[in-house]
Design a protein around this ligand. Structure first.
Ligand SMILES: [Zn+2]
Length: 243
């Protein structure tokens, strides 16, 4: 039926584990949100389907699709948010994983229509690495809007879709998940700072911004992946290991 190796199914299982971590961190929002991983060096990727929430999702539920929108493997219906991922993979060869949620903090922050400010090292680590998509017209259902979101991402790691949520795109699922979590925390700090009457964060020098990026993001995402895996139910992890 296909020529995928165990390694490719392991990637699929990691995408499901990322969904479980998102649930554990209370960053999911019912039927909304998508997590996907590219099958390396191809135009194919695994993505969650429509009609199954992250908490219920199992590896067998995942769809393998290509960037033309064809379902290659899986028994469920395509999620309506899938094509945004398709457009990002099409535009960015270096992206192998995308995490999209409507987490409370990132969605609330998106209303501001601006970057997440560097009030602490969390915001500093992603400052200057966020694109903005301001063309909200309700649920994204056309490929042109998907393309516009991918173009707003540009060469960056995060795109904030105003009135909607946030997309994190990275070379690995571990890095994309961690970026999404860091962005959620930093969004909350930004909103709190505004409530305290602060106008803008003091900007660090480019050198210190880069230091935050390395220390907070690059050096932590693998460690935090392992930490989160330990935290979610051991039974789930065992079930999703592919041998
Ligand atoms: Zn969405």
């Amino acid at each position: 039926m296909n020529n995928l190796s165990n390694k490719h199914y392991r990637l699929r299982n990691e995408a499901v584990l990322a969904c479980k971590i998102i649930v554990d961190q209370k960053l999911d929002s019912g039927p909304f949100g998508n997590v996907s991983v590219r099958i390396p060096h191809t135009n194919e990727f695994w993505v969650n389907p429509q009609g199954i929430t992250f908490d219920q999702l199992t590896p067998d539920d995942m769809l393998r699709v290509d960037t033309s929108g064809k379902i290659l493997e899986g028994r469920h219906t395509m999620h309506p948010g899938e094509f945004i991922h398709r457009e990002i993979y099409r535009l960015r060869d270096d992206v192998n994983a995308i995490v999209h949620t409507h987490s409370e903090n990132t969605s609330a922050h998106s209303l501001l229509g601006c970057e997440i400010e560097p009030y602490t090292q969390l915001g500093a680590s992603i400052y200057g690495d966020q694109g903005l998509y301001l063309g909200f017209t309700g649920p994204v259902r056309t490929s042109s809007e998907g393309t516009a979101i991918a173009e707003a991402l540009g060469k960056k790691s995060i795109v904030i879709a105003k009135n909607h949520g946030l997309f994190a795109a990275a070379p690995t699922i571990q890095a994309a998940l961690w970026d999404m979590i860091v962005a959620d925390w930093a969004s909350k700090i930004h909103i709190t700072a505004l409530q305290l009457g602060l106008k803008q964060a003091d900007k660090l020098s480019p050198e210190f911004m880069q230091k935050s990026r390395v220390e907070v993001r690059d050096k932590q995402h693998q460690f935090m992946w392992q930490s989160y895996l330990k935290k979610i139910k051991a039974a789930d992890v065992k079930e999703f290991e592919f041998s």
